[in-house]
Write a protein of this length. Structure first.
Length: 497
């Protein structure tokens, strides 16, 4: 039994080493700029691919291990060089190069090469296998030897930076809790998701929030459908009249938000992560100690397989024929995607910023572009602005929030847990004459997400229809001893927007 298993497992060594070398080579070439976490993700995908190719090859070759391994190595050779050759031929401009013709040709050549290799007698097949294994092992060993000093130097640099960060944070720390005010643009309230979309996953999301200790209000309404107006209202706890000509007033109020200035005076490091300027280019910068806009740090490790290193590797392979599945063509959409990943990775890791910290993050999700399906995979860009894609991105947004909240709490100081505010500016602005989603309940256009995590606060005293303008006053009154009057709830309705 063990001998038979060994005859199937041992030959895997050749395609495994041969198939993994290209990703290691490209990582070594870019190691000074790429985090090793990016390589581990690509490595995992490669290992899975190699296992699948080898298993399929085993079945085709009636479980003859050496022949299956050689065939798998040949396929991986063609797989790994396809993208590079396609790009070279395209740049040479000798003739028109298209995936529709080149990919089938490559698959045919791979199949023919495998057929030719299978004609080798057992002894020559074994010799071929040994040479593939030996050469691949030597190449990998040489590459790792080159990589070791690079990684050692990177580690020394990171540890030195970490020591400086710890010293900075220790000098600035006090007993105030960190505050995260996280706004998800166009995140509809739970009621319209249940009644119109018949979506029951919102109940699981609500259960997660309440199980974590959040208060969740289902009957919360904003006073308008205008994003800048709503955030000016809430960050200044002042109900500005909703008059279309008053946009400059809202812009100025948001840029100089009273709530942020109050916390700055309390000694908070204030941080703003915002995408709203993407739609409002005349919006002044929001005053804060740290400002991150949607095109900031697009070269960061973004927490997904297809970060810049992942795309680099994928583009050298047959995956390049399907680049629309892992690339975003529109540069603004690309920056939007990168910003979401950047914020998700950054917010739970703020040890380099002196505490306490106030974080205001305004993310354009599930707002258009509707780029993600329910699991966070990119959909076809042709549907980025179709309201039929809204629900899938909404479901992904719930998962995004769950992961973000979990990571923030996991990395927080248990002695001083943070305050976390989850809100949307308005609900889904789907008009009743929308061709894709007709008949959306118009009284729910302003029904919003409202959930707050307030350690030490009796959340049972918060009404289900709390006015979102009271968000910061509730926090300031309880944690800083202020006495800011609270405002009566808003009611369902449709504004002119």
């Amino acid at each position: 039994m063990h001998t038979k298993a060994g005859r199937l497992i041992y030959p895997l060594l050749a395609p495994l080493l041969f198939g993994l070398y290209p990703s290691l080579y490209f990582y070594t070439k870019n190691a000074t700029m790429v985090k090793i976490a990016s390589y581990w993700r690509v490595l995992g995908v490669y290992v899975l691919l190699i296992l699948v190719v080898y298993l399929v090859s085993l079945v085709i070759h009636k479980f003859h291990g050496i022949k299956a391994a050689n065939a798998a190595a040949v396929f991986l050779l063609f797989f790994n060089i396809y993208g590079m050759l396609f790009i070279e031929l395209s740049n040479a401009n000798l003739f028109r190069v298209e995936h529709l013709t080149m990919l089938p040709l490559f698959l045919f050549l791979a199949g023919y090469s495998i057929w030719f290799l299978n004609r080798l007698k057992a002894k020559k097949a074994a010799t071929t296998w040994r040479w593939v294994t030996l050469v691949s092992a030597v190449l990998i060993a040489i590459t790792i030897l080159k990589l070791i000093p690079i990684e050692v130097k990177k580690g020394q640099t990171q540890r030195a930076a970490a020591r400086e960060q710890i010293a900075t944070v220790s000098a600035a720390a006090n007993n105030y809790p960190d505050i995260y005010y996280l706004l998800f643009d166009e995140f509809s309230g739970f009621q319209p998701m249940r009644t119109y979309f018949h979506n029951t996953e919102v109940d699981g999301f609500k259960a997660f929030l309440e199980g974590t200790g959040f208060f969740v209000g289902e009957e919360v309404y904003g006073s308008s459908n205008h994003t800048v107006h709503q955030m000016a209202v809430r960050l200044n706890y002042n109900e500005y009249p909703y008059i279309h000509g008053d946009q400059p007033i809202w812009h100025e109020a948001l840029a100089n938000a009273r709530g942020i200035a109050y916390l700055d005076a309390k000694g908070y490091s204030t941080m703003v992560f915002e995408e709203i300027s993407m739609l409002h280019p005349t919006l002044p910068n929001i005053k804060a100690d740290y400002l991150f806009r949607y095109n900031h740090n697009s070269s960061e490790d973004l927490g997904t397989l297809f970060d810049e290193y992942g795309v680099l590797v994928a583009d050298t392979t047959m995956a390049y024929a399907f680049e629309r599945q892992y690339k975003v063509d529109n540069p603004h959409d690309l920056m939007h995607r990168d910003f979401l990943y950047f914020v998700k990775a950054r917010l739970p890791n703020l040890d380099d910023v002196p505490g306490p910290r106030f974080v205001y993050a305004h993310l354009m999700i599930p707002h258009q572009p509707f780029m993600f399906d329910r699991n966070g995979a990119l959909i076809d860009s042709a549907f980025f602005r179709s309201w039929n894609s809204y629900e899938g991105q909404y479901i992904y947004t719930m998962k995004y929030i769950e992961e973000l909240v979990t990571d923030i709490l996991k990395n927080a100081d248990p002695a001083t847990p943070p305050i976390i505010i989850l809100q949307s500016d308005h609900g889904a602005r789907i008009r009743k004459n929308n061709e894709e989603l007709p008949g959306f309940p118009q009284d729910m256009l302003r029904n919003i997400l409202f959930a707050v995590y307030l350690p030490g606060y009796d959340i049972s005293t918060i009404p289900q229809d709390v006015n979102p303008i009271n968000t910061l006053p509730i926090v300031f009154n309880h944690y800083f001893g202020e006495d800011i009057p609270l405002v009566e709830p808003n009611r369902p309705g449709v504004d002119a927007d």
